[in-house]
Design a protein around this ligand. Structure first.
Ligand SMILES: CC(C)(COP(=O)(O)OP(=O)(O)OC[C@H]1O[C@@H](n2cnc3c(N)ncnc32)[C@H](O)[C@@H]1OP(=O)(O)O)[C@@H](O)C(=O)NCCC(=O)NCCS
Length: 217
């Protein structure tokens, strides 16, 4: 799919997204302790496909700086990094977000789950909610998920939701600049309407002061 010819732009994303089993929301400084527990404990699980995990454990000071940057980017509308929390218990169980990276004209979903919470359909549930938010609330012209062809579990998420594989890019990665392949999975607002992603219940949306947000009619 060709990137629409759009100028640099910022986006709006709800401050809190609630699905049947999950809360997706920006990290706060109160989350740093849980992040310091969960992320380093999952270092080996994350390392194969998420290069940033190599720096774990980053330590509380650096983690605090990272969270402050996530909060600032969210406010600026330039990146939307979200924690994944178990709605019933409040447990921090993973990370996700809507990202612009080098493509400010559309939103991209990224994700990881703590190893012990795989296999329950939680990431598919979160990605379905973020897909609907990106397309119907933030009005992204399409939504994208990028993953390695070798990441069997990750590429199943867009497949389950009805995304189309539109391209496979050759990219370089890491300090040794090794060649990697990256698949681009995309879903348009039109294709969404007939997709498994639209069969998932519409998530509840909340603004920054805790008031419900209405979906566009
Ligand atoms: C990628 C990742 C988030 C996928 O997690 P996952 O648990 O496989 O995905 P889901 O949470 O959607 O769960 C799907 C599994 O739950 C099962 N499941 C149970 N209930 C389900 C439901 N209601 N809906 C969908 N799947 C359901 C599926 O059958 C599937 O089972 P399987 O593990 O036997 O294949 C996880 O493997 C991860 O964090 N990996 C490391 C980081 C990473 O690679 N991130 C992506 C970088 S591109």
């Amino acid at each position: 799919m060709v990137e629409p010819d759009v100028p640099q732009r910022t986006w709006r994303v709800p401050a809190r997204i609630e699905t049947a089993r999950l809360v997706l929301r920006p990290y706060t400084l109160e989350d740093v302790a849980a992040m310091d527990d969960v992320i380093p404990a999952n270092r080996e699980h994350l390392l194969t496909f998420l290069p940033w995990a190599v720096d774990e454990p980053v330590g509380t000071e650096k983690r605090t700086e990272l969270v402050e940057k996530f909060i600032a980017d969210f406010k600026a509308g330039t990146a939307f990094t979200l924690g994944i929390f178990d709605r019933a218990t409040g447990e921090f169980i993973g990370g996700t977000g809507l990202h612009l990276r080098d493509h400010p004209g559309h939103l991209e979903i990224g994700y990881w789950l703590a190893e012990h919470r795989q296999g329950e359909g939680l990431m598919t549930e979160a990605a379905a909610a973020l897909t609907r938010v990106a397309l119907q609330w933030s009005h992204s012209p399409f939504v994208e998920i990028r993953c390695s062809p070798a990441n069997a579990r990750s590429r199943l998420v867009p497949q389950r939701l009805g995304f189309a594989l539109v391209d496979t890019l050759e990219t370089t990665c890491g300090s040794d600049a090794r060649e990697e392949l990256t698949e681009l999975w995309q879903l348009t607002p039109e294709a969404f309407l007939d997709s498994p992603a639209s069969a998932e219940a519409r998530p509840a949306l909340v603004d920054g002061i805790g008031s419900p947000l209405a979906w566009p009619v």
